[in-house]
Design a binder for this molecule. Structure first.
Ligand SMILES: Cc1cc2nc3c(=O)[nH]c(=O)nc-3n(C[C@H](O)[C@H](O)[C@H](O)COP(=O)(O)O)c2cc1C
Length: 480
């Protein structure tokens, strides 16, 4: 459990090689966005790192990206757990949420700029898909508040920088931020809003989760950290923001004011279409004196965005199935990193208790989520290993018997290119695959475990090169 600040996390990640410092000067209008693309498009997951740019042309502040979601290892470090404990940490946090505490003085308000002094061009805000995005985009947590209530929402909504004092926020109906703003607009009032940059890592990770209405990300963040998050009141509105954040941008959204947003490089791998979205006027920028600007990197998967959304979504569904629906024999849950993280392929490892149990759990997962494909396998499969997954689907899955197609499903992402838009609505379908074994027990074609372990000594004596036993091999040998 961790109550590390973001800058403490970045320092630790750098020590562990999970963040690399770039000291050469960079042009924020194209270089950081492109370098981040190379990290995610060229390097295998275990070799990826976040980037910390010390020398951004025209800015006194450094810029960081990819640090929280370069790999599962980075994500686990942000939560201060081992990668295998990520789902359990989420389950524990959702069950044991902690209310935040309020403080009067905060590092995020060491420097306070208001009115004309609060200029967005003073921040090193990148253009993420140079040549295709129309402007720099703020990609961080956006906080809103219900009118006449203390309930606050935190979600990551990309935000186009229109000029020094105005932005266009990609808030969509049926999302927490938009729906909270609407409660102000319905009363003819301007909705307060705050962009939180470089907050406590757990809070940033919690903001990527689609929580049930009313559940507050800041309380889940407390659960993830094992200690309440400290909040401070904004300077120009009543939103309470994480006190330890690096930078806060405060603003208001008048009812009905809209402007063009997009195109933007989406996390499904395509440029999204242009649409009309709410305009916010910036009322203040507050920050630490030597603030680090943090922007989450997205676009073509795999990306940081995929890593953050896959883990948050897996954490949520795993908790719903295990804790709320009593499916305690689920032992692992993974959402693949190839398509966004929310509408992708969910894979469940479990110990079925009766015939049809795997399919039942798979169908439940499909129904309670936006996942497009769900596959269920036994507990002896490494669900993050494509070789093991292919083996099990060839070995234990009979397509005509073990497949269910769920038809006429509302697809939330207007962007799913495989589904046709009819009368403004996308109705798609889902597939559930039950790859749990139908035979009582497999007898694997491997020597018994003790013989295999003894052979490791012979391997050593023979001077053959050292290796780490893959989880796939360990699972197989354990059952041999
Ligand atoms: C880098 C990044 C960018 C995102 N951009 C958007 C966005 O522009 N609009 C959106 O609705 N969701 C976006 N998401 C996903 C939401 O942040 C996520 O679904 C979150 O749960 C939304 O919060 P809410 O459920 O309170 O609405 C983004 C996520 C990440 C990690």
């Amino acid at each position: 459990m961790s109550s590390r600040t973001f800058r403490e996390f970045v320092a630790l990640a750098e020590q562990q090689g999970l963040v690399r410092r770039v000291t050469k000067s960079v042009d924020v209008s194209w270089e950081p966005g492109c370098l981040a693309k190379w990290v995610f498009q060229a390097l295998p997951e275990n070799d990826r790192f976040g980037l910390l740019f010390d020398n951004v042309e025209g800015s006194d502040l450094s810029l960081c990206t990819g640090a929280l979601g370069a790999s599962r290892q980075s994500y686990a470090l942000a939560l201060d757990v081992e990668p295998e404990q990520i789902n359990a940490q989420w389950e524990n946090a959702l069950v044991n949420q902690l209310k935040p505490v309020t403080v009067e003085k905060a590092p995020c308000q060491e420097v306070v700029l208001q009115g004309d002094d609060a200029k967005l061009s003073d921040l090193p805000i990148p253009t993420w898909t140079p040549g295709k995005d129309p402007a720099p985009y703020i990609t961080t947590t956006v906080m809103t508040k219900l009118v006449d209530s203390d309930n606050q929402n935190s979600g990551v909504y990309r935000t186009l920088v229109r000029d020094d004092h105005h932005v266009v926020v990609n808030m969509n109906p049926r999302r927490g931020g938009h729906d909270q703003c609407e409660t102000w607009w319905k009363q003819g009032k301007a909705a307060p809003v705050a962009w939180v940059i470089g907050a406590d890592p757990a809070y940033q990770l919690a903001s990527c989760a689609t929580l049930p209405t009313g559940v507050q990300e800041m309380e889940v963040a407390g659960g993830l950290m094992g200690t309440p998050i400290e909040l401070v009141k904004c300077v120009t509105n009543d939103i309470l923001v994480p006190a330890n954040a690096e930078i806060i941008i405060e603003g208001v959204i008048e009812p009905g004011e809209r402007d063009t947003e997009g195109p933007f490089g989406e996390n499904l791998g395509f440029m999204c279409e242009v649409s009309q979205k709410p305009v916010a006027r910036i009322t203040a920028i507050t920050r630490r004196k030597d603030a680090i600007y943090y922007g989450m990197t997205s676009q073509m998967p795999p990306s940081e965005s995929t890593m953050l959304q896959s883990n948050a979504t897996a954490g949520m569904i795993n908790k719903l199935l295990r804790h709320d629906l009593g499916e305690r024999t689920i032992c692992d849950f993974h959402i693949d990193l190839t398509f966004g993280g929310q509408m992708a392929h969910g894979i469940i490892a479990m110990t079925p208790q009766y015939k049809g149990h795997g399919m039942k759990v798979g169908r439940m997962a499909a129904e309670i989520s936006a996942l497009k494909r769900v596959t269920v396998v036994d507990e002896d499969i490494d669900i993050r290993d494509p070789i093991h997954m292919d083996w099990v689907l060839n070995a234990r899955y009979n397509p005509s018997r073990d497949t269910v197609i769920i038809d006429d499903v509302y697809m939330r992402a207007a962007m799913d290119p495989s589904v046709e838009m009819i009368d403004g609505v996308k109705m798609g379908s889902k597939i559930v695959v039950d790859g749990t074994k139908s035979l009582p027990e497999d007898v694997f074609s491997l020597p018994p475990k003790d013989t295999m372990m003894k052979a490791l000594e012979s391997w050593k004596e023979a001077g053959l090169p050292e290796f780490d036993i893959p989880k796939r091999a360990q699972f197989r040998i354990d059952k041999s």
